[in-house]
Design a protein around this ligand. Structure first.
Ligand SMILES: *Cc1c(COP(=O)(O)O)cnc(C)c1O
Length: 359
């Protein structure tokens, strides 16, 4: 039996998400998934595992609301941002009719969720945020249900100016939801648009514990929006998204002492990033270093395959981005500890010497 034929669409045409964890590479310096290099140990005692957890754990919601400066009825908790993206697509988009819009190169799960639910996507390449073409939204408004904005954008690290976002919110306010993915916002908190949810009822902001909070392994995220939208999301989410042991860990990590730890970690990562940025600019095998607002730096090499092979051989794992739109020869580097950054620069210098001697 060819089970692929049972799949509702052409299985062989589907390009799955490339998870950093699935890649067959070995190494001890992991700079490929934008995770935090810092961690704390959690000890949890799970007494009542015979019972289902709270579907929307009140203590976590209360603490996150306080942390983010919003109200408890503006929050939905989910199994990471990825579950939110899937949920939103599933609830709002009619298959084979409605459309979503996003701006590649960007986070791949917007595409994946839309394809799984048979929702067409309009992909718009933004060359320059200041020349943003609002007509592309205006002329598609009728069936345009969702507009995804990754802010800061993964993998480029740039950030859509707030004025552009506000224009998009205004144009689309009667037709579409605008979803702002703030997975990396802690690295530039002053850029958050979370305070716009009251004024713009069509705005949904997505947040996660996976990146700055250092809890990628816990799988927990938040959708933040007008309470009417949150009510709709709560109606359709599968029950119990967060396992009890995870609830316990997330609750602990929203206490003020842990938040202090996160703030320090963010400061340190941002310092390392600035150091790395300067050093990368002087490496010969690198053509361009992209300006970034997040905890990763995108670089364009002369021969990215060669650089990846060599860094891999020395146990440093980076993320190839060369297959993404307009990112030929690009590599994304997650900012690690200072020592990891130093080891990376040392390797890249070695590679540069050898490549120039080959050419
Ligand atoms: C890593 C990442 C996510 C994933 O978030 P989870 O909460 O771990 O599901 C979402 N959006 C972007 C842009 C990311 O880079």
């Amino acid at each position: 039996m060819n089970f692929k034929k049972l799949v509702k669409f052409d299985f062989d045409k589907f390009v799955p998400y490339k998870s950093a964890r699935n890649m067959c590479v070995k190494g001890d310096i992991w700079l490929n998934a934008n995770e935090s290099p810092f961690r704390k140990q959690f000890i949890t005692i799970s007494k009542n595992l015979n019972r289902y957890p709270d579907p929307q754990p009140k203590n976590i919601i209360f603490k996150y609301a306080k942390y983010a400066g919003i109200k408890v009825d503006n929050i939905l908790i989910s199994r990471g941002i990825d579950e939110s993206i899937e949920l939103i697509t599933k609830i709002f988009c009619k298959p084979f009719l409605d459309k979503i819009m996003y701006f590649p190169p960007t986070y791949d799960m917007y595409r994946i969720s839309s394809e799984i639910f048979n929702v067409q996507s309009i992909k718009v390449f933004i060359k320059d945020y200041n020349d943003f073409d609002y007509n592309i939204i205006k002329k598609n408004l009728k069936f345009l249900k969702l507009i995804y904005i990754c802010r800061p954008n993964n993998p480029t690290g740039d950030i859509m100016p707030e004025e552009v976002l506000i224009n998009i919110l205004n144009i689309s306010c009667n037709n579409s939801l605008v979803i702002v993915d703030e997975a990396y916002i802690e690295f530039c908190l002053y850029k958050s648009v979370i305070n716009l949810i009251e004024k713009y009822p069509n705005l949904i902001v997505l947040r996660t514990m996976s990146k700055a909070f250092g809890l990628a392994g816990a799988r927990c995220g938040f959708s933040i929006a007008n309470s009417k939208i949150i009510k709709i999301l709560k109606t359709f989410i599968a029950p119990y998204p967060i396992p009890s042991p995870v609830c316990n860990i997330v609750e602990k990590s929203l206490r003020s002492s842990y938040i202090e730890f996160i703030k320090k970690a963010v400061l340190e990562i941002n310092n390392n990033k600035n150091w790395l940025f300067k050093k990368l600019k002087r490496i010969k095998c690198i053509k361009k270093v992209f300006k970034t607002y997040a905890n990763y730096i995108l670089i364009k090499c002369f021969h990215s395959k060669h650089v990846l092979k060599k860094t891999n051989c020395s146990g440093i794992i980076l993320r190839d981005q060369s297959e993404k739109l307009n990112l030929e020869n690009c590599i994304r580097i997650s900012v690690g500890t200072k020592l990891e950054c130093k080891k990376l620069i040392c390797q890249l210098k070695k590679i540069s010497c050898k490549t120039s001697s080959i050419i």
